[in-house]
Design a binder for this molecule. Structure first.
Ligand code: BGC
Length: 355
């Protein structure tokens, strides 16, 4: 939890600095300008938010926390305009255009398709609106161009390699004896991936398995399919996989929603997750944390939406206040097993209760 604490301290300090003017002084803004930036002035500030799909379990937690945090800083609810883009890039571009026409003070965008973000960047830069991307990282070239051209554009997210490594470690910690139920010396596994061309999906898929391989496990992939980050889709994939194959010893899911779907499918055929098959996810959704607690999930990885949403809001505020940001702002994942699940539950509950 050290990282989370650090993140919160930085967030609180940076907002305090903006409010008191300390940060502005550091960035050559006169103290007169600095004192004009007060919490009360946020009441008039307008932020536009575009989320690739609002009914994505994780993004709905993320956006709720973002709005809650902005309101806690003095923003008024009517001035936080949140659009869900229905996983449709054309819809999202039209929404960004609308936000530009509304002349919002900053935009926070979770791109549908990170490979076309240059279009969104151009729209924001041409209209002088600062832009913070979240959750789906644009390419290194795109990020380099923000740096090169000194644009008020940044990305806030986590390094998905870390989440894949943590998934592998959670399973490796169980040991070969426990994981290799059929005692053939190898681990038969299902992989349920998020979405094609998504960096989180790619890294989690690769690093979870390579962590186990590097720890000496022989990994035998029986099924690898795209579950679109979605519980119902993952449930269907698992049902189909169980009907066509031998029972896997492990089901690696790129996120918790899909892990919850896999748990349902496994239970339908009277297998006990955590005894007959070992499942891991990523995100730390409330329902997944309950599964970790009861042993249905070996573990998950906290995709710290509190740190990410606060850092995104703070970055937008710094731009609005005439300051600069780094062009990549990182948060840390946290490995969650039965040992620390209560700590993570307390942290995430505390945030949702403060609404
Ligand atoms: C989360 C997924 C979510 C996806 C959306 C990932 O980081 O783990 O749950 O569906 O982001 O882009």
């Amino acid at each position: 939890m050290k990282n989370k604490l650090f993140c919160d301290i930085v967030a609180v300090l940076s907002v305090f600095m903006i409010i008191t003017g300390c940060a502005s002084n550091l960035n050559n803004v006169s103290s007169e300008d600095a004192t004009s930036i007060s919490a009360a002035s946020f009441a008039q500030t307008r932020i536009g938010v575009c989320i690739y799909q609002l009914n994505d379990n994780f993004m709905s937690l993320f956006s709720r926390e973002l709005v809650r945090y902005l309101i806690s800083l003095g923003f008024s609810k009517e001035n936080i305009i949140v659009y869900g883009s229905s996983n449709n890039q054309a819809t999202q571009l039209a929404q960004v255009e609308e936000l530009v026409n509304k002349k919002v003070d900053a935009m926070i965008v979770n791109p549908v398709n990170p490979s076309i973000v240059h279009t969104i960047t151009d729209m924001a830069v041409e209209s002088g609106i600062p832009l913070v991307y979240i959750n789906r990282e644009p390419s290194a070239d795109e990020e380099y161009s923000w740096e090169e051209l000194d644009l008020n554009v940044t990305y806030v997210g986590c390094d998905a390699r870390q989440s894949g490594i943590y998934q592998g470690e959670l399973l490796a910690d169980l040991g070969l004896d426990k994981l290799d139920i059929n005692k053939d010396g190898a681990i038969q596994y299902f992989m349920i991936e998020g979405a094609p061309e998504n960096i989180d999906a790619e890294y989690r898929t690769y690093y979870s398995v390579s962590t186990l391989t590097n720890a000496g496990f022989e990994m035998d992939c029986v099924l690898d399919e795209m579950g679109n980050w979605d519980m119902a889709t993952a449930k269907l994939i698992t049902e189909k996989g169980l009907a066509l194959n031998d029972i896997p010893e492990v089901i690696l899911c790129n996120n918790d929603a899909m892990a919850l779907g896999a748990i349902e499918a496994v239970k339908e055929v009277d297998l006990v997750p955590g005894r007959d098959v070992f499942i891991v996810g990523v995100d730390a959704l409330p329902e997944a944390l309950e599964e970790v607690r009861s042993g249905g999930l070996v573990g998950t990885v906290f995709n710290d939406y509190i740190c990410q949403s606060h850092s995104a809001a703070d970055a937008a505020i710094r731009y609005i206040s005439g300051e600069k940001n780094e062009h990549y702002i990182g948060c840390e994942y946290v490995k969650v097993s039965a040992g620390n699940v209560d700590e993570i539950l307390a942290e995430t509950n505390a945030s949702s209760e403060s609404e």
